[in-house]
Structure formats: structure tokens, C-alpha cells
Design a binder for this molecule. Structure first.
Ligand code: G4P
Length: 197
């Protein structure tokens, strides 16, 4: 019998459905391949999907936020052949003092914090693609867009692996003129079951 090869999109969907665990009715744990342990084959499939979507655009740099975005952006960057810059969440001696800053509100911690990118790594006119793991409330992407705008760079696109469509992030960002391309859209996590759009 012929073995049908799964498409990259099917691979990602299957991983979410078979490995994802629902916590409460709004958190999807995917730490077996995306948020803790990393499945590099799957990250490559994700990278190829983003490249298929955005590869025709002139992109100078991919931006993400630490921590979970880094693996996704770094693997995707191999297809785009561009550098990755990740916004840092904590101040350290390692970070240049001269930074662009974005404000992010954390719904889980109920407080705002700053994300920072050194000015030397984001310059006016650079074309930037934002990639991240989850789109829930849209705060992280909003903060990264603020950094790109302040740097007078240009956001040419934005993508996430998993959009939780039942949370407000996607429509909020759409209203702000920041459309986000989701690989997977989760419609509901009610009753501990994962429903995809
Ligand atoms: P936002 O990222 O859309 O702004 O949403 P929110 O403030 O609600 O998310 C806070 C953090 O929780 C983010 O990670 C986000 O990626 C993550 N998150 C939100 N919903 C889920 C979910 O259902 N499952 C998982 N696994 N993560 C979720 P972060 O604090 O920036 O953390 P990290 O990048 O260091 O992992």
C-alpha cells in the first residue's frame, strides 16, 4: 500500500491534536514539541510553512520575543537566510544600554513589562517579519510592532504557530492594522478538547 506523505501543515495539525494538552479551558500545553522539549523536524515544517507564506517578500530580519519564539524564528530563518533578533524581557549587562523598548501587558502576571532590542541591531528602513509561538491577547506582537515603529523600520508581516481564536488578540491586532498569519487556529479548548478551525 502506498504511504501518503503528510504535508507540513498536516504534520503541525497532527502534533497539536495528538500531543497538545488542555489546561482549564483556555491554555494549550504544547511543551512536548514547542515550549519546552523541541521537535526540530516539526520546527522545520513550521519554518517551511512561514517561508511559503512570506518568502516572496523582501525581508531583512526576523523578530521574535524570548523565550519560546527563538527556536521557531531561528529555524525559520534558515529558509529566509536572514538574521533573527529577539526582544529581551530582562535587563542585563549583556544588553547595550541604547535600546528600543516596547510595552507588554501580561494577563497572567497582571503587570506590564518592557521588551527591548538594541538599537544597533534594528535600523531605519529594515524590513522585519515578526514570528512567535502563540497569539492569545496580542500583547507581545503589539510590543514588537512598537519597537519596529520607533526604530523607523518596517513590519512586512507577522505570523504565529498557534492562534487562540477565542481570545481577543487576532481581532485586536487586525484593528490596529497588524494582520497576523496563523498556521493553526484553535477555535475552542472547552471540555478539555482541542477544536481547530
Ligand atoms: P500574547 O502573547 O498574545 O500577548 O498573550 P498573553 O499575554 O496572554 O500570553 C502570555 C504568555 O503566555 C506568552 O508567552 C504566550 O505565548 C503564552 N501563551 C498564551 N496562551 C498560551 C497557551 O494556550 N499555551 C501556551 N503554551 N502558551 C500560551 P511568554 O510569557 O512570552 O512566554 P515564553 O515566550 O517565555 O514562553
Amino acid at each position: 500500500m502506498a504511504v501518503t506523505e503528510l504535508s507540513d501543515l498536516e504534520l503541525v495539525k497532527q502534533a497539536v491534536l495528538s500531543q497538545g494538552r488542555v489546561i482549564g479551558n483556555d491554555i494549550l500545553k504544547v511543551d512536548s514539541f514547542l515550549n519546552h522539549q523541541l521537535d526540530v523536524d516539526l520546527l522545520n515544517a513550521i519554518g517551511r510553512i512561514f517561508h511559503e507564506k512570506f518568502g516572496h517578500l523582501a525581508i531583512d530580519k526576523i523578530m521574535t520575543a524570548e523565550v519560546s519564539g527563538i527556536a521557531i524564528a531561528a529555524i525559520a530563518a534558515q529558509y529566509f537566510k536572514v538574521p533573527v533578533i529577539f526582544a529581551k524581557k530582562t535587563l542585563s549587562k549583556n544588553l547595550d544600554p541604547d535600546t528600543w523598548e516596547g510595552t507588554v501587558y501580561s494577563y497572567t502576571k497582571k503587570q506590564t513589562y518592557q521588551i527591548r532590542v538594541a538599537k544597533r541591531y534594528l535600523t531605519p528602513g529594515e524590513k522585519v517579519l515578526i514570528l512567535d509561538d502563540f497569539l492569545a491577547n496580542g500583547e507581545a506582537i503589539k510590543g514588537m510592532k512598537q519597537i519596529i515603529d520607533d526604530a523607523k523600520a518596517e513590519m512586512v508581516g507577522s505570523g504565529v504557530v498557534i492562534e487562540k481564536s477565542f481570545q481577543p488578540g487576532a481581532s485586536l491586532l487586525q484593528h490596529l492594522g497588524i494582520p497576523v498569519y496563523p498556521i493553526i487556529q484553535v477555535e475552542s479548548l472547552d471540555n478539555e478538547s482541542i477544536s481547530l478551525k
